[in-house]
Design a protein around this ligand. Structure first.
Ligand SMILES: NC(=O)c1ccc[n+]([C@@H]2O[C@H](COP(=O)([O-])OP(=O)(O)OC[C@H]3O[C@@H](n4cnc5c(N)ncnc54)[C@H](OP(=O)(O)O)[C@@H]3O)[C@@H](O)[C@H]2O)c1
Length: 276
């Protein structure tokens, strides 16, 4: 869904320079990068899949007169984050979208601890390191927009996605805090808390995402909220679940999330039962 003209003009005026998008090779990051490309933003696209990024870059540069840099790096590794920071040192960046991330599901103790720690590094450590450097630069230039990703699962403990939900609770809390600290420096921080969205996420997390919001529907609400609010819940399904859960006490929310996530990971436990 294309951005309304008024929104494009506001974004271009407010967040001049390159937009850095991590997780630009798939899903939400790719959709946001596409909309920014169409709006005339120069882009720095980051993910591990260099071929995918190069092909998106060629496609978008064929449609718009914009500059696109591709940086392929593994952000779950500290050296991958440092390499990205080094490569963007001399670039004028006005917007940072931290969409690289993944989830795991199932019983925590059945999962690979290497994968769980990798997720913590990508979803939290990389976001903190990149946000720190970019926020310092944005403060100096007296403008900038930062978009971070939490989730519907961030607002309570979530059985069968316990560590993933904890990484997202971290981002939600982190973003709410820095949004206030950076406001007086004219740096906008937005945290996006989606419900299920159709992307590569479900496959990697091994979650069934029936009725998930199409990814094309979430760029407009996200980019419209940047500079206007500090948290946004895009998509009808996400909104419905978030607002219904809000009325419950925390233990009630956990019970509901057990049912919701239980349904999304039922196929795994059926397999587990067959094999036990
Ligand atoms: N989809 C949902 O239902 C949903 C709901 C709530 C929150 N979120 C959050 O939204 C964000 C975007 O997710 P999505 O739905 O767009 O998922 P997605 O389609 O799987 O995209 C994830 C992106 O992250 C990149 N990535 C993964 N591991 C990486 C690594 N080690 N280093 C660098 N880049 C890496 C992937 O590219 P490569 O594989 O090429 O590296 C890809 O571009 C995530 O933080 C996710 O937790 C998603």
């Amino acid at each position: 869904m294309a951005l309304p003209n008024k929104l494009r003009i506001r974004l271009k005026k407010k967040y001049r320079g390159y937009a850095l998008v991590t997780g630009a090779s798939s899903g939400i990051g790719q959709e946001l990068a596409k909309e920014l490309a169409t709006s005339g933003f120069d882009l720095i696209l980051c993910a591990r899949s260099e071929d995918k990024l190069n092909s998106l870059s060629a496609q978008w540069r064929g449609q718009q007169k914009i500059k696109i840099e591709v940086i392929a790096t593994d952000l779950a590794k500290t050296e991958g984050v440092l390499s990205l920071l080094e490569q963007i040192e001399d670039k004028e960046i006005g917007m940072f979208i931290a969409a690289a991330g993944f989830g795991t599901s199932g019983n925590f103790i059945d999962n690979s601890i290497e994968e769980e720690v990798n997720m913590l590094r990508l979803n939290c450590e990389a976001v903190v390191m990149l946000t720190h450097q970019l926020a310092i630069r944005f403060k100096k230039q007296v403008f900038g927009g930062i978009v971070l990703f939490s989730s519907l699962v961030a607002f309570q403990g979530t059985p069968y996605a316990a560590n993933y939900a904890a990484t997202k609770a971290f981002i939600q809390t982190f973003a709410e805090g820095i949004a206030v600290e950076l406001k007086s420096h004219h740096v906008d921080v937005l945290v996006v808390a989606p419900g299920p969205v159709k992307s590569g996420f479900g496959n990697r997390a091994n979650m069934k995402m029936d009725g998930a919001t199409p990814v094309e529907k979430i760029a407009v609400p996200i980019l419209s909220a940047l500079g206007r609010s500090s948290t946004v819940v895009p998509g009808a399904q996400g909104k419905f679940l978030t607002y219904s859960l809000r009325l419950l006490p925390r233990f009630g929310k956990i019970k509901v999330m057990k049912i919701v996530m239980g349904a999304m990971t039922k196929h795994q436990r059926t397999y587990e039962n067959i094999n036990s």
